[in-house]
Write a protein that binds this ligand. Sequence first.
Ligand code: ZN
Length: 478
Amino acid sequence: MSYIQFLGAAGTVTGSKHLINVSGDISGRSGLQVLVDCGLFQGKKEWRERNWQNLPLDAKEIDCLILTHAHLDHCGWIPRLVKQGFRGPIYATPATIDLCGVLLPDSGHLQEEDAAFHNKFKTSKHDPALPLYTEEEANESLKYFQPVAFGEAKQISPELSFRFVHAAHILGSSMAEITLSANGARSTRLLFTGDIGRVHDQNVAPGKVVYSGPQAGESADVMVMESTYGNRQHPKDDPRPQLADLIRKTVERGGSVVVPAFAVERTQKFLFMLKELMESGQAPRVPVFCDSPMAIKAVEIFLKHTEEYSDATKQLIAKYGSPLKWQGVTFAQTAEESKKINDSRFPCIIISSSGMVTGGRIQHHLTQRLPDPKNTVIFIGFQAPGTRGFTIKSGASQVKIFGQMVPIRAQVAALEQFSDHADTPELMEWLHTFSAKPSATYLVHGEPEASSQLRDAMTKELGWNVQVAQWMEKVEVK
Ligand SMILES: [Zn+2]
């Protein structure tokens, strides 16, 4: 028999890790073992502590890893897996591999920095505080990556093959269609959605970089599907006038705008939108600081992978060229350049990561700017419960950064339209295109409330057999 075991992103939105055991016994002692995604747990402490736990099987026994996309909650545990002895191939699309090449070493670097900070100020209960993995270990893990192009059939063993199809979530993002043909019997098709992107509509999801909505006409016997926005609808109005207005009002009162944003894709998307607003006179021209060494590398990767652009992106790049050459936009590479931004007292826009304020240089900028009511913080991404971003966004009066309570007096705004996740109506729209009902669908990558509401909607509207996956649960694949 074959089974899937949910090792992460079950009951929460982070830590995606799903194990497929092909033709083994339920104890997991035999059979081909394939991991789909290998993400970091982020957010609440009870989840983050799981990053330190070992897997229920020896990492050496995993034969290969199939990676859907380059977000850390899907790939950020890879260096730890390699550290624990995994030596198999890591299959991903070429753009995902390029993005992981900057994201994983950066993640290792941030963890080393955090550990060093905790050791210096004795702010951790662990002595010494250790990084989950180092930058060097992250670099080491990169050599196991092997590119697989979209649509290419990859045979892993006589029993298992897969191909990547477009997920339309971020650059390089894919769903994995996996075919099991155990014992020469009939084959079973598994679909792991990874994260599912928005429908392609510039008015509904403006600034979208990648080309199309998720591939229509899918079929699967068993589906493992994300449910981040399983109980939510994104606003359908254009965020640009609201963004321009927030910037204008902040600048008029002599304040600055701070935007926590993921350095990859979200930052590039936001930069192009700012450029358009400033060029058209809708937003005032103030200096823009992009404080992330990774964002520079990410721009270069974006400019390379033209095969994934939407028409709107093609037009924007033809019109404005590379953001690295724009006047008035400064990319801060070094720590000194970053500190200089802290010193600037004139109105400006600071874009920095991490997007959920879980680490990185954004922490310094918020420590500086949150106490002043003249400033505005604009969230343009999902904030998982337990993150500092979630605390700030939910209207708290203070937030703990670097062990200190920082008062929140700045204006706080959130623009949900930037999301790269399909909302409930968009998910349902995609599911309606399926050519056949899966015999079982397991919902992962959602807060319990979101997953259960999506389960109910899918059961009622589509008549599908849908279950919310539980952490560590094993489900048989027939
Ligand atoms: Zn993602």
